[in-house]
Design a protein around this ligand. Structure first.
Ligand SMILES: [Zn+2]
Length: 120
């Protein structure tokens, strides 16, 4: 599903009905088609920037230390997309739960005002 169509989309449309209740209203906030979703409805979306940390194990030559490994991963010609193979290997154990954590970096408020979560 492409959630980008729901960024700041407040008008209730036919797409907001669900098969469980085809009564001409938003399934979540019950506002009729053509109306405006309630502020606590799940349909109108906003952009949120999230940092993802995934713990994986990688094999490196014995002589390499932390700085050179981080240089290799962050600043060398190594393509960061190569990490996808490592992530898929972890996922083969079931899922990424237990290996991944998420932190909200920035929230773009619907009215255009930004709210950062710079508090640590
Ligand atoms: Zn709604």
């Amino acid at each position: 599903m492409d959630w980008t169509n729901d960024i700041n989309r407040w008008e209730v449309t036919k797409d907001d009905e669900r098969p469980a209740r085809l009564d001409g209203t938003c399934f979540y906030c019950a506002v009729p088609i053509g109306g405006r979703h309630k502020p606590d409805c799940v349909i109108p979306k906003k952009w949120v920037k999230v940092a993802v940390t995934i713990e994986i194990e990688m094999a490196y030559p014995i002589f390499q230390e932390k700085d050179s490994i981080e240089f290799h991963l962050n600043e060398s010609s190594w393509c960061a997309s190569n990490i996808m193979g490592y992530i898929e290997a972890v996922e083969q154990n079931g899922c990424l739960c237990g290996y991944a954590s998420f932190k909200v970096l920035h929230i773009e408020e619907p009215d255009g005002q930004a709210q950062s979560s710079a508090t640590n």
